[in-house]
Structures are given as C-alpha cells and as structure tokens.
Design a protein around this ligand. Structure first.
Ligand SMILES: CC(=O)SCCNC(=O)CCNC(=O)[C@H](O)C(C)(C)COP(=O)(O)OP(=O)(O)OC[C@H]1O[C@@H](n2cnc3c(N)ncnc32)[C@H](O)[C@@H]1OP(=O)(O)O
Length: 447
C-alpha cells in the first residue's frame, strides 16, 4: 500500500454500513496481483467491457497502481474473490485557467477524482454505491480536498450526492466537401508522425494546453498509452494516425490523433474520427483543424468531446457544414470546502454576493459572503449578519454551485428553472456576470 493511500484511511462509516449487510469493504493492495486482477475484471464487467487478457491485466496493474482502489466483497457469493463493488480515486488537479479575462492563466485546484464506480448486477440497488460514494466524499473532505469530481456513465446518478455538471462537451460532424477553410493559416508546419513518437510529448503539450482552459484534468500513464494506441492488443493501433504542429522555430505546439473509416460505396468519402486535438496555442489549433478538414478522399470529420464554443465553426466558409451532433454535460463537481473552492478561481470584476447554500450532506451548507476585488481575486467568509444593502443574494443547492464554479452555466436559465432563487432582484444577472468565463470550461478526457 502506498503512502498516499495510508494517508487517506478507509472510511469507517462505510465499512460499518456494508459490514451490517454481510459485505467486506477494503482496500485493494496493488502489489497483490491476484487481488488487483479480480478488482480490474470486476470493473470491466461493471461497464460491460471486455474481460482483460493476462497481458492487459499486467498493463492495467502497472498503469493504475497510482490510484486508491477499494472493493466490496460478498463471501457468500459463488465467486467470493471477485468484488461485487469497486471504486477508484486519486488526487488530481483541475485547471482553472480561463476563469476570467486575462487573469488566472495556469491556475488550478486540487480535487479528488472518483472513477470505476461499479456494483455487480447481482448486488445492485442495495446501497453499495451509496456507501462507496459517501465514503469517498468523507475521505476527500478529511484530507482537506476542496472538491470531488467525476465523469459519469449516466447523468441521473450523482446529483443526489451534491455533484453538479460543470463542463459541457459537443460532438461535431463536419461535411468537409461543403466548405472551404477561411481561418488563419499559421506559418509553422504540420508533420505527419507516428502516435508512438508522441509518447513523451503528448502529456507535456496537454499540460500546456490545459493552462489555457478551465475544467481539464490531466491524463495518467495508462490513459496516454491507450490514447496513443500503445496498449497490448489495442484495437485502435493499426488505424490511428497522428499529426504534430511545430511553430516557425520548430517547437511542437500541438498534435491531433485521428483514424479513417472507408465508405464501402464511395472510396472518395472516408470518415475521419478526430479522436484528440491538443493545442497549446491558437496557431496549433487552427493548423491541425485545417489539416484534418483538407484531407483528400474524405467527406466527413467527426470530432467528439470538443468544447461547446469550438472556434472551428468560425474558420470555415459554411458554418452549417459544422453540425453539432450531440451536446451533453461532461465533468461533474462536488464542492466540499466552499471557501477553498471559490477562492481558487478569478472573477470578472468586483462585487459582493451572499450565497445561501443548501447542502444535505453538510460540507458546504450555510450562508457565505463572496467578495471579489477589481483584480478578480475573491474572499469567502461565513455570513452571520444581515447582508449589506448592496450585496446580491441568492439561494441555491451545493450541486448548482458546482455547476457555476467553472463559469460555464447560464445563471439566468438556472433562475428560470428555480434551481437558483434570487432573494434580491437582479442577483442572478450579477452572479452570471461575475462567474462567466471568456471560454466555455471544457474537459477533453473521460476518467
Ligand atoms: C464515476 C463513475 O464511475 S460513473 C459509472 C457508474 N457505474 C456504472 O454506470 C456501471 C453500471 N452500474 C452500476 O454498476 C450500478 O448500477 C451503480 C454503480 C450505478 C449503482 O449502484 P447501486 O449499488 O445499485 O446503487 P445504490 O443502491 O447505492 O443506489 C443509491 C441511489 O442511487 C440510485 N441509483 C442507482 N443507480 C442509478 C441509476 N443508474 N440511475 C439513477 N439512479 C440510480 C438508487 O435508486 C439510489 O437512490 P436513493 O437511495 O437516493 O433513492
């Protein structure tokens, strides 16, 4: 067991709650290959994914040993070695780079990333996920982490524990034969490279790109192996192509990973799947998009999980050729330490807002005075007196505050939906102006 894990003990309340159901809740010792393998296979089964081969298991063990893995076991089941519940978690930064105009580039906050939440079909709806989630939140809060975060299989699950969607993602489908490139033509060069050649560079470029964004969570060792098609038996490896953009000085500034699928009836009409586009500056973004949109023998470029304000729609002659085929929430946040969460980011201008926060689990519950200064910095204090007459006053749930935190939420819509109540007229508009960011927050990975 690593130091990081022992620093964050197993949650006693969850252990007791599950023990009362005859279930054992415990850490997975990543050095115990048989134990870890059973946990990994249970996680795969939980998501209806393929059973891992021996080679893949070895890779997963190496690649995921950094996380804190917890299992739930039922000694009375036919296969008592395989956990009936899983959860994995780790400390991770969350970028806050675009939280106000010009200010805050490179800022981030540390949070608790939660993943691999599964419960066996034979044990569902008996409260196992609840015990796992509430245990994670207590562990994160006791470690002093300001928030927890996750990406979700279903948007119906996590609101009950105070998580709210905080970034959104769009899938685009581009009809490349219906447009011309009208965007910038940067003076650097695009090089066609092998995905393997990006192994060291990709995380570095992603880290630089994330400094410009809010909502980004860094990938980990095994994530990059997978993304670059370098894992054992990767089904993507033979199809994956890569392009790298270097600036005029020859310094890499971005890369794109994509694959092509032929149209069986028309060889000139391949579909490109743009699986990842990472740009540390605007030039790299434009050059790489232009590269994929101008590939010959291609009719369609599909680009999943892109920002909802993806600038490419303004870089082509025909905006209707860039169709949004899907749009949904992506990263979910759960605020645990309200002052630490709110003061980590920058705001648009000086203002004073009383936030009356309802948090059924207690972590962020209460009245809080948020005061921002002209340079965008904030202070947050418990509000025990009546608010000053000039303060905006709103009442909202902790999930809605998570939704607001990165600045991508339309506050007026939340007010109209009664998810946020104005206790003084005009407060929603003031909150919107204060929290809104110049770029939509965005997370480019699943975790
Ligand atoms: C961060 C991540 O890892 S996201 C991935 C989530 N996992 C998956 O989608 C894998 C497939 N699904 C599963 O493994 C399980 O069904 C889980 C993990 C979603 C739920 O596990 P369970 O142990 O059945 O949940 P549990 O019994 O603790 O339910 C807790 C509450 O969530 C609700 N709930 C559970 N699953 C769902 C769901 N899929 N949709 C909506 N509500 C749900 C329950 O009704 C219950 O509600 P309440 O107590 O507030 O009335």
């Amino acid at each position: 067991m690593t130091t990081q894990h022992s620093a964050l003990p197993l949650d006693e309340r969850s252990r007791e709650a599950l023990a009362a159901e005859g279930l054992r809740y415990a850490f997975v010792d990543e050095q115990d290959a048989a134990l870890f393998d059973a946990w990994l296979q249970a996680d795969q089964r939980g998501f209806h994914a393929d059973t891992l081969t021996e080679e893949q298991l070895a890779e997963h063990r190496a690649g995921l040993a950094f996380a804190r893995s917890i299992g739930v076991w039922d000694s009375s089941s036919a296969d008592p070695a395989t956990p009936v519940g899983t959860v994995g978690s780790w400390r991770s930064s969350l970028s806050l780079g675009a939280t106000s105009a010009g200010a805050g580039a490179g800022a981030s906050i540390e949070g608790w990333a939660i993943s691999a939440v599964t419960v066996a079909p034979t044990h569902r709806r008996r409260g196992i996920a609840r015990a796992l989630l509430e245990g994670e939140l207590r562990a994160a809060a006791s470690a002093g982490l300001p928030l927890a975060m996750l990406t979700v299989s279903e948007a119906t699950i996590y609101g009950r524990w105070g998580f709210g969607p905080a970034t959104w993602a769009a899938d685009y489908s581009v009809d490349t034969r219906a447009l011309q490139w009208t965007g910038p033509r940067p003076t650097g060069r695009v090089h066609q490279v092998s995905p393997a050649s990006l192994r060291a560079l990709a995380p570095q470029l992603a880290e630089r790109a994330h400094r410009r964004e809010s909502g980004e969570v860094p990938g980990w060792e095994h994530y990059w192996q997978r993304m670059l098609g370098l894992t054992a038996g990767s089904t993507r490896a033979s199809k994956l192509r890569a392009a790298r953009y270097d600036d005029e000085q020859g310094t890499p500034q971005g890369f794109a990973l994509y694959s092509l699928t032929a149209d069986p009836d028309d060889y000139t009409a391949h579909t490109v799947s743009l699986e990842y586009l990472c740009a540390a500056n605007d030039d790299a973004h434009a050059a790489l998009w232009r590269f994929v949109l101008e590939l010959d023998l291609v009719a369609t470029v599909r680009a999943p999980l892109r920002p909802v304000d993806e600038p490419v729609q303004w870089m082509v002659s025909n905006p209707r050729a860039v169709r949004t085929s899907a749009r949904s929430e992506h990263l979910w946040l759960r605020i645990l330490d309200l002052p630490a969460s709110l003061t980590a980011r920058r705001y648009a201008h000086a203002d004073t807002v009383l936030l009356r926060v309802d948090d059924p689990l207690g972590y962020a519950h209460g009245d809080w005075m948020l005061t921002t200064s002209p340079d965008g910095a904030a202070t947050v204090t418990p509000a025990d007196a009546d608010p000053a007459p000039e303060a905006a006053v709103v009442r909202l749930g902790v999930d809605v505050l998570g939704t607001l935190l990165l600045g991508g939420a339309p506050v007026e819509s939340l007010r109209a939906a009664a998810r946020l109540v104005e206790e003084r007229p005009g407060s929603a508009a003031r909150l919107d102006a204060l929290f809104r960011t110049t770029r939509a927050p965005h997370l480019s990975i699943w975790f």
